[in-house]
Each structure stands twice: as C-alpha cells, then as structure tokens.
Design a protein. Structure first.
Length: 186
C-alpha cells in the first residue's frame, strides 16, 4: 500500500465529530465506531465532555457500538471521559499501531471494514485505521477556544503540509442525502 493511500481518509468530514450523523454512517454502511479522544471528543487536557457530545453519543449508540481508543496514558482522565459517556475504552494505544484498534473491533464482533476509525490526526488515527483496513474519518479537532484565540498547532500543520506533499487529498466530502437515505437505519 502506498504512503498516500495509508494517509488518505475515506471521509474528510470538514466538521467536528458532532457533524457525523446517523445518515452518514448509514450511507457508508458503518456498523461500529472507534473514536480517538484528545481533540476528537474533548480539548486536550480536559476531562469534562460537553452536553452536545453526550447527546451525540446517545444518538449514535442507537445504531452503532462505540469504543474509545486513545494514545493518552492518563488512566484517570480517559476513564472519567469514558465513564461519563458510558463507553468502553483502551488507552496507551500507540497509534499508528493497530493492536488496540483490532482489540476494540474484535470486541464489537464486527468485520473490520464495517467499523470506522474516527479521529483528528492523519499520522495516528487515519494511518492506524487504514493499516487495519477500517473505514477512516478525519474530523476537525475540538479545541478550547477560551485559551486559544487563534488555533496554532504545529503538529497538525506539519501533518497537513506533509500529506499534501505526498498527494493526500483533504477535500471535504459533501453529503446530500435524499429522504430515502435518511429513513435507512442500518
């Protein structure tokens, strides 16, 4: 598999995870989700989830099992987030390693290609998911707007710069569904 293919998300959402709808999951035949935590669900260093995220999780869990898989080693922080959302979790994943992603997928008892890896990072989340054969979704990071006036994140900027050099397309996917698509629930 080429470097470009390994870094190419199957879907570039162009929104935070809150923009990932049941209609999108149904459209792409996604039956389960593995979610990154830091800046995918909550800003870095925070352990309190938003009410919007809690509502989103409640909606999505009706159609797909969800696991949290984080590179973070902070057991207390990741456990608080997972417990608040009533979700199983694995930490210290060392993504782009596939080991803990595979463990989460096996626990769901779903085929790998029916599970999406959702995250905000190309070189960890997308790369790990693609290496395992999962459907990969790149979302915009959730950041703490009260402490960062204008987002400057050198790692994200470097990933985007390098991915463009390698030929990865980060064009946001457009989603327009008919009423028939909206009525399909998995």
């Amino acid at each position: 598999m080429s470097k470009t293919k390994l870094l190419q998300p199957d879907l570039v959402l162009g929104d935070t995870i809150l923009g990932l709808t049941p209609e999108i999951l149904t459209h792409y035949h996604i039956k389960g989700l593995v979610l990154d935590v830091d800046e995918t669900l909550v800003p870095l260093q925070q352990s309190q989830v938003s009410q919007e995220l809690e509502q989103w999780i409640e909606t999505i869990r009706q159609i797909a099992p969800i696991w949290l898989v984080s590179n973070n080693l902070s057991e207390g922080r990741i456990r608080r987030i997972a417990n608040t959302l009533a979700l199983p979790y694995l930490l210290g994943a060392i993504k782009p390693s596939r080991r803990k992603l595979r463990q989460a997928v096996q626990a769901m008892e779903l085929p790998v290609d029916g599970v999406a890896m959702v995250g905000d990072r190309l070189f960890t989340d997308v790369l790990a998911g693609n290496r395992l054969g999962m459907f990969t979704i790149l979302v915009k990071p959730i950041t703490d707007d009260t402490t960062v006036a204008e987002r400057y994140h050198p790692i994200h900027n470097f990933e985007i710069w390098l991915s463009r050099i390698l030929g990865v397309s980060l064009i946001v996917s457009q989603h327009e569904f008919t009423k028939n698509d909206r009525s399909l629930k998995g």
